[in-house]
Design a protein around this ligand. Sequence first.
Ligand code: ADP
Ligand code: MG
Ligand code: ZN
Length: 502
Amino acid sequence: MTVTDLVSYEDALASYDPVMGLEVHVELGTKTKMFCGCSTELKQDANSQTCPVCLGLPGALPVVNEIGVESAIKIGLALNCEIAEWCRFARKNYFYPDMPKNFQTSQYDEPIAYNGYLDVQLEDGEIFRVQIERAHMEEDTGKSTHVGGATGRIQGASHSLLDYNRAGIPLIEIVTKPIEGAGARAPEVAKAYVAELRELIKALGVSEARMEMGQMRCDVNLSLRPNGTETFGTRSETKNVNSLRSVERAARFEIQRHAAVLSSGGTIVQETRHFHEEDGSTTAGRIKDNAEDYRYFPEPDLVPVAPAREWVEELRRGLPELPRLRRKRLKEEWGVSEHDMQSILNAGAVDLIVATTDAGAPSDQARKWWMGELARNANETGRGLDALPITPVQVARVAELVTSGDLNDKLARQVIEGVLAGEGDPDTVVEKRGLKVVSDEGALSTAVDEAIAANAAIADKIRGGKVAAAGALVGAVMKATRGQADAARVRELILEKLGVEG
Ligand code: ADP
Ligand code: MG
Ligand code: ZN
């Protein structure tokens, strides 16, 4: 189906009610893999981080990574889940070349965490509660590279290369219950949920959750049912969507596609689908296996996981402040509007601003630089704010130089430009570029005298009481000092010398 065959979004919602299910995979930031001691650091050399266990060699015996279990429990607790007193791993059997054991070690009917919820905030401030079905532990697969074809896909390739460095890296899969009642806001809810979950995972310190690096990916399940009916329709499952924007677009596209199929009398096939960044469309993948096809059974080589209640409670006590509540607190501390807070969040600037204030800058200065000059530079150069070659400590130093009067805004912008250009830290840039506010009274006084002499007519007007005309003289002095004078002091001097009251 092409994009033009779609039913418009409004028409789709006029007849149908979307139901969604989101499955998010998070790659944990543990040092070693889930069931062996291999490093999780992704080295250049293919297959350098492997051993008999993660290569699935006969007779190899897996051992559970304790930090993996601990991370799973932390995630479960933060999602308000119950934590199993006893659970097991299960083998999910299927053949795929990037899975050397021919089964994935996962959890099936005994997940470590279940029955929770996550409150997410929509753009207008409304809170939407997403119910969580389960969070379970499993492992990642290896990586196939298809060589010789034009597209890098398996079709047309002459051969494939396999790298098992990623095989066995711990994953937590978080599955929502069917999300109902979002209506036209379903795509927005999907995006807000994944965004909130990402913030939560980062706050827990269990993963960096970088979607662009595949550390967090989302499968978007979606079905439609006629408005006013209860029974769920058949779902499609758009796999491995890897940005917040794409999650929203995939849900939106599927709503329009399902509506087109259903309203023309067709039926939706339960299948996986691929999302395409270029035009926001999805295309058919494989017909979805039923769970029975995986022949799940309890993993006989691993002991059951029975986390002691004291441990669980200790982890509960150690949970950090929830991101949504932290944002609420910061919004109040910074005295910004809901809208501004949302922009700060969208720009990925919350932590950077906090780090800048922690380094001593007033919060309005910290916000001003990160959301102004630096956001502009990040935009122009297509980088995230956190990828800019400037640190919160450096931004705080610039703010300090402004507060002390050593720099004015204009000079501060040049200092930041210098730091971004790799000229060194703020003090070095100030030194090298000679960017200090001229506060030497003698030099200022001379510059003011010169400006008065060169603009006699304006000076007369000011003497005659037209104080507003002083701006032109201030401008002349600033120009003469290459912007390095303290404008407020210059204005004072001009008025003083011309004998008028400011
Ligand atoms: P699978 O392993 O087949 O993907 P899961 O149960 O792990 O199945 O995940 C299915 C996801 O889709 C869950 O989030 C679930 O709540 C949701 N879901 C189930 N049925 C429907 C449906 N008819 N429409 C939309 N979402 C659904
Ligand atoms: Mg699934
Ligand atoms: Zn290994």
